[in-house]
Design a protein. Sequence first.
Lengths: 183, 168
Amino acid sequence: MDVRLASEEHFARIHRAALVLSGNPWDADDLTQETFLVLARQASQFEARSSLFTWLYGVLLNLERRQRRRTEVARRKLQVLRQLQEDEPPRQTGPAAAVETREWQNSLWSQVSQLPDGQRQALVLRFSEHLSYQQIAEVLGCPLGTVKSRIYNGLATLRSLLDAEHAGELLPPIADGGSRHAV
Amino acid sequence: MPFDPRLLRIDNDPPDDEMSPSPAPPSWDDLPDDLEALARQLSDDARYLACRYPAAQPLRNTAPASTSPFRVSAVWLRVASAVVVACGLAAWGWLAWHAPPPAAVAPVEVHLAARTAARPTPPAVSNEPEEQADDGWLVPFDRLSAPEQEAVLDLLERSGQQQASVSI
C-alpha cells in the first residue's frame, strides 16, 4: 500500500472528522497526524477486510477517545490546583483565543462534545462525514440497529440540552481548558 | 420545540447489547422535524468549520526512510569512509611489514652518536686548519674522549660491522 497516496487521498476527511471531534484545530492537526503515523507504521498489517477510510476513522476515534481521557484527567488536576490557589487572579486569554472560543460556542458541535462517546462518534460519522449506516457500523464495530439507535438518541439528547439551555436551566459548569473548547 | 418524553428514549450511554439489539428507531427520513433540523444544522456547521480550519498539507515524509535520497547518500558516505579507513590500515600494515632493516641506519647512528658524544666536551684546542670546521657533524675518532670512543665502538659492534682498530 502506498502510504503517501493514501494520506493525500484521505487526509482532508480525517482532519474534518478530527476537527468536529476534538473541538479545536490544534488537537485536530495532532490527531490527524497521529492517525497517519499509525497507518505508516502498520500499513503492512492492514488486511483490507474493510475499506481504508473506515479503518482510518476507527484509528482516529480510538486516538481521540484516549486523548479525551488524558485531557479530562489533566483538567481535574488543574481544578484541584485552582481550588488550592483561589486567591490567584485568573489568567488572561489573548484576543485570538477569545474569537475562536466564540466560534466554538456558537457551533452545535460544541454541544455534541457533551454527549457520551458512542452517540458523539455516531453523530460525527453521520452528519460530518456523511457515512452510511453500514459504514458507521463497520467503523464502530457494532450492529446496524445500534448505530441507528445512537444517532437517534444522540440527536434527542442534543435537543434536550438545547431546550434546557434556552429554558435558563443551570447546566453543569464547563471548566476552563476543557477538551471541547479552545482556551 | 420543548422536550417531549413520549417521542424520545434518552439513555446516557446506550448499552451495546448485540444479543438483543434495541429496536431500530425511524430512519433518517423519518426523524421528527426538530431532530431533522438539528441534523441539517450539524452538517452545515461541520462544513463551515472545515472551510474555516482547512487541513494542513498531508504528511510528506511517510515514505520509508531507505528511499530518501539524502538518507541514501549518507549511507554511501559511511561505506566509502569505512573503505578508505580499511585501505589506509592495510597500507600502513604493509609498509610496516616491508620496512627496511634497522641495520641500514647504523652508519648514520655512528655519526650521530659521535656528534652527540662530541657535544658536551669542551672545544679542544686544535691545530687543524679552520676548513675542517666546515665538515659539519663529522668528528675525527681520535678527538673523542675515552668514554665516547667506547660508545662508538659499542655501536659498531652492535651493528655487526667490523670493529675499527683504534690506537689510543
